[in-house]
Design a protein. Structure first.
Length: 113
């Protein structure tokens, strides 16, 4: 089974940027869609963005215009570029193969005001 490992999280001031990476242990080429989710303390895990096999991205309204999801099938990696970060973006961010039980372990993103 493919395993996912996220990286790139950290502490950043409001208005700053981070780039998250999700490296898969196997090919992601044939996965229909890959998604990024986040879970803030005391809240349910929520979808942030996903990208289909053709490279078409989709975003929730809260991150539109600030976040960019992309995938590099040759490197088996999915990225989430996060700009203009806000304190409310603070959460653990998870990578997920849509429609499966495959999740990464998560990476913490903390945005200070």
């Amino acid at each position: 089974q493919v395993q996912l490992v996220e990286s790139g999280g950290g502490l950043v001031q409001a208005g700053g940027s981070l780039r998250l990476s999700c490296a898969a242990s196997g090919s992601i080429r044939y996965f229909a869609a890959m998604g990024w989710y986040r879970q803030a303390p005391g809240k349910q895990r929520e979808l942030v963005a996903f990208i289909n096999s053709g490279g078409t991205p989709n975003y929730v309204d809260a991150v539109k215009g600030r976040f960019t999801i992309s995938r590099d099938n040759a490197k088996n990696t999915v990225f989430l570029q996060m700009n203009s970060l806000k304190p409310e973006d603070t959460a653990v961010y998870y990578c997920h193969v849509q429609g499966t039980i495959i999740w990464g372990q998560g990476t913490q993103v903390t945005v200070s005001s």
